[in-house]
Design a binder for this molecule. Structure first.
Ligand code: V47
Length: 356
């Protein structure tokens, strides 16, 4: 049976077959991925009204690709107080945000309580807003720095009001590349274990992959297959998010920056290989909105959200610092031939924007 026939029969692919998908021409690959996408979601494209909050850029770890944390290249340190975080949350929720996506650097100065207290303050004031926070990298940092077990950190997160975990910190699972990119940070095995532990508490999370730097296609396929294996056991990943590497203001140079074609192939391959992760998210902050809209025809069914403010990718050159207006977002999706669907953080449909 040929590779194309295997995909059409919805058979599981191996590492070698995943790598071989990259050798197909873009349109054949796109058609294969689009068929699966349409089978599951038709022409619906999901988004949510969310607010990204990045409460501190003070970081005990050093990742070569990061332009966000305070370093010699970015000497402007900041750490928000709980009151500042609550004020931002309040403003955004009053304007319609239903999800707060809170990601911090690994701040060694203010204790576990600085993290957890912020969640409790938000939860007390807003009982229903969805708090998506604490990457596995942050959980591992609290474990290393304060001697708590992963389970203790997770239990504190749940008690403080965190609903789901974002997919950050995964980078690339291949140990050799990871060692070069972000030595000392959460290992691949630990990242996967932390998500599994979280899923076993009945909670959902996302998974990212940072690509377009020094990794190979084989590393990307390996990354996806490690996620597929955990997902077989837990079913706890909502979405897979390939993050396109942004190259400004950081220490990672001499990269294989991907072409648009390579980015689209990666979305399509994610759709084909990850037969057990329902949503493939084209995070427009890293892919650009134009490519994210095209990615809808290459397997992606989710475009993240309106974001409002964003500090991590925009520090490295992305045009996402001020998010996107809701009306514009909806119009762009409609004009690209898809049906915008506002979802909640767990992918329940809230509003379908039919054609006018
Ligand atoms: O883990 C850091 C990445 C991630 C750069 O779960 C960079 O719904 C590109 O995880 N170029 C944090 N990326 C953001 C993240 C995320 C984003 C959107 C949605 C979700 C979700 C999660 O940002 C980090 C890291 O991989 N990152 N520097 C850079 N130069």
């Amino acid at each position: 049976m040929t590779l194309i026939e295997k995909v059409k029969n919805r058979e599981r692919l191996t590492q070698e077959e995943g790598e071989a998908l990259y050798e197909l021409d873009l349109f054949t690959l796109g058609e294969l991925a689009d068929e699966i996408r349409q089978e599951k979601f038709g022409k619906k494209s999901y988004f949510n009204i969310n607010r990204h909050i990045n409460p501190t850029n003070v970081c005990a770890d050093v990742c070569k690709f990061c332009a966000y944390s305070a370093t010699r290249k970015n000497p402007h340190q900041y750490t928000m107080s709980h009151e500042q975080i609550l004020e931002i949350a309040t403003n955004s929720i009053e304007k319609g945000a239903k999800e707060l996506h809170i990601v911090s650097a690994h701040n060694p100065n203010d204790g576990v309580e600085w993290y957890m207290g912020a969640f409790r303050k938000i939860r007390e004031k807003f009982p229903t807003v969805h708090i998506k926070s604490m990457t596995a990298a942050e959980i591992d940092f609290l474990h290393r720095h304060y001697g708590l077990s992963y389970e203790e950190v997770i239990d504190q997160m749940i008690a403080s009001g965190v609903d789901s975990m974002p997919g950050g910190g995964a980078e690339i699972f291949d140990e050799e590349v990871r060692e070069y990119l972000c030595k000392g940070k959460v290992t691949s095995e630990q990242w996967l274990d932390i998500h599994e532990l979280w899923h076993n508490k009945g909670k959902m999370s996302n998974a990212t992959m940072l690509f377009g730097h020094i990794e190979t296609r084989a590393h990307r396929v390996d990354h996806m297959l490690r996620l597929r294996e955990v997902q077989d056991r837990t079913g706890g990943f909502n979405a897979f998010i390939p993050l396109v590497y942004q190259k400004e203001n950081n220490y990672l140079k001499n990269c294989n920056y991907p072409t648009g074609q390579e980015v689209l192939k990666t979305y399509a391959i994610a759709r084909i290989l990850l037969d057990n992760i329902p949503n493939i998210k084209a995070y427009w902050a890293t892919s650009t909105i134009n490519l994210a809209l095209i990615a809808q025809e290459f397997g992606a069914n989710d475009l993240d959200g309106t974001i409002e403010k964003e500090a991590i990718q925009s520090a490295a050159g992305a045009a996402s610092a001020n998010g996107m207006e809701l009306e514009e977002f909806i119009a762009l999706i409609k004009n690209s031939g898809f049906t915008p669907v506002e979802r909640d953080s767990l992918y329940n449909e809230l509003k379908v924007y039919e054609k006018n």
